[in-house]
Design a protein around this ligand. Sequence first.
Ligand code: PMP
Length: 365
Amino acid sequence: AAPGVRELMPYLPGKPISELEREYGVTDSIKLASNENPLGASPLAIEAARAELDDVWLYPDANGFHLKQALAKKHGVPVEAITLGNGSNDVLVFLAQAFLQPGLEAVFSQYAFAVYPIATQMVGAKANIAPALPADHATMPLGHDLRGLFHRVGNDTRLVFVANPNNPTGTWLSGERLKDFVGSLPPHVICVVDEAYTEYAESDTLGDASTWLEEFPNLVVTRTFSKAYGLAGLRVGYALSNPGIADMLNRVRPAFNVNAPALAAARAALDDHEFIAETRRVNSEGMRQLSEGFEKLGLTVIPSAANFLLVGFNRSGAELNEALLKRGVIVRPVGNYGLDNYLRITIGTRKQNERLLAALSEILQ
Ligand code: PMP
């Protein structure tokens, strides 16, 4: 294997539901494991994807003309600022391919999204990881420490990855502080602000980094259709940046990386404002329901601005996960992040949340 590849920590996806149900002898399980939208996708998006199936012998539009037009309008940026990805995971990899190499570094936080170390190491670059804020931090336990990140940035740094909010912690940074951080970075460093969960943020504290693009030529903002837009299975995400950076990203982007049903669905999903509003409403209510439920059970709940909660226990998350699986509840253990006594739980519908809380309460008795 190429240098660094053998040392990669593989991304750990869950098993398919049908396989888990067979293994644990359950039916009718609920999946609160992958931060998917419990409402599904916008009906407009599904219809648009279906219509494209009639034409699947044709290659998709390699430049995603219509989707890019709509995104340019949504964000008030030129189409040249956009790089489309097969999920935002794809554009994170393009960033590493275009800007890192052996001898160079990416800086990010402990407990940051698992794809940052994978993308960094796959091109032979070094991951320079800043410790997260401590678990007993007063306001943002396990959150990103901007000062710590800043101190890691050096001559060999080319990328800094910051997820706002972050996965798997759900923690966030105020837009004001994050903007100051981006402005403080030297010009040879690109700051990637990953806004995969931004639609869920309940207050405007987090800001919208896409509105800072004109000010910072070294800023890249990534977004996805996998979460609030409910299109995880179709794989569409994108990066916004200055056109010079987008040009480099598009040079490494494989032609036709986003398929035709996905392009059409994403384009249609952008117009369904009602669906996003309902998604946000269900998430806010579910967040309250679950936080209260977890606190009643005496558990530690890490503050979250996303569609999931990181929950701390006084015992192993892997064991609790097994017990939940036996009850048909699929959540995400996060031992691979070094968070052994935690589970990451996606906020579901009211009924799903009730079922999860009932199962947990039974297990913890
Ligand atoms: N960034 C963050 C912070 C995420 O949690 C995820 C999904 N787990 C992604 C990016 C990538 O998602 P996708 O490739 O589906 O857009």
